[in-house]
Design a protein around this ligand. Sequence first.
Ligand SMILES: [Zn+2]
Length: 484
Amino acid sequence: MAKVRTVYVCQNCGAEHSKWAGQCSQCGEWNTLVEEISQKSKVKSQKLGGRTQSASSQVVRLSELKHTPQSRGRILTGSGEFDRVLGGGIVPGSVVLVGGEPGIGKSTLLTQVAMKIVQGSTSRDPSAAGKRASSRHAQDDEDDLKSISSSSNKQGEVLYVCGEESVNQVGLRVDRLGEMSNDKDQMTNLLLMAETDVDVVVATIEQEKPVVVIIDSIQTMTTGDLTGMAGSVGQVRESALRLITVAKQTGTAVFLVGHVTKEGSIAGPKVLEHMIDAVVTITGERTGLWRILRTFKNRFGPTDEVGVMRQGEAGMEDVVNPSEAFLEESQQGKPGSVVVVLMEGTRPVLVEVQALCVKSQLAMPRRVVQGVSLNKVQLLAAVLTKQCRLPLGSYDVFVNVVGGLKVTEPAADLGIALAIASSVKDKAVSAKTAVVGEVGLLGEIRRVVHLEKRVKEAEKLGYKQVVGPADYTSVAETVRKVLV
Ligand SMILES: [Zn+2]
């Protein structure tokens, strides 16, 4: 094999250097040099492979297209919430990055997905699942399975590449997660491989053609063509590129596990975002109960979808009704507690906002927030000071969203403002009352989108009243009438 030449390319100005340096000699930026395979040697190796194509590539008529990835059935993951954030299941040939802090449950979730797929409890498309559920005899089941496996991929074979753990450790996790429903025979299609060389992984995928491959994690993958260490930007990007290529060729869906550091700087995954099909992040307090799944990018579905899971005894469990779960231990009816109705993706979710306001000893009173933006709270505090004559200038204000959700919607404004006012005045919003509405700078209440959906969800959970723009026109009026 021809030796591949590598160069160090400045990510700021594009200058090529033959050696790594801390500073780019062209533009003077620091830490911008990333090892890449030289363009010249790429062209050369293509020519060596006998593929000297002319400049024009092949064109395909749209009417002749039959097997675009979207038209093939999706693979269900066995978790309704994970399917939801993926846009309705796994698209064959897609590459999805699953990011999150270490220990948040990425490996656990993907191990569960792998187990579900090999157990055959999922199928390539929902109609087949329905057929199977309705069939009475085992023979019918087998026929259905055969018809499903007629595609090029082997039914249910999943390759789990462990770069961080030993095969035994993953095996132990499978045992632990599968204790309740385990049937060892069903696990024969789960292939484990301890490997960090991406070229070996690619060769294995080409040979085995599994339905799904899980790379745990992309930061451990390296190729011998680059000299950089595992986890360096060059290695991560080149490894991902090779996996993406093989995914598109074989139709195998690839999940890349990517660790995000606490500081938010994603050494690696951030540079992949533009290359891959979807980015799913898992957030939540490591010791807490809830895990929030969110998409930042998705070529095959909406990007604002949110999934809610619970870290349970048997791994990650779906939370079918997030509102009920989030409100389980809520303090509604007490001063400082307000329930708001948010839209998370396409579904309304009720969450509790808590505020605590106490007389401050400081010249600059404190504003401490969790789950809402500090700017938002400062703005609402200013509105309350001006419009309702609340002496917030001498109060410390703490605001928290229960359950770990991040509230970014303007529709939560009125709820947050009411919670603050409620704590200062030591008066409560009555239980079984939810609040929606955007607050303007002059204290006016604006209308919100999907009001009907929100009201319906609140009613479903037994809420008697949804306070919003239809009832009051200003924050001052709401504070006067609603707090008792
Ligand atoms: Zn430069």
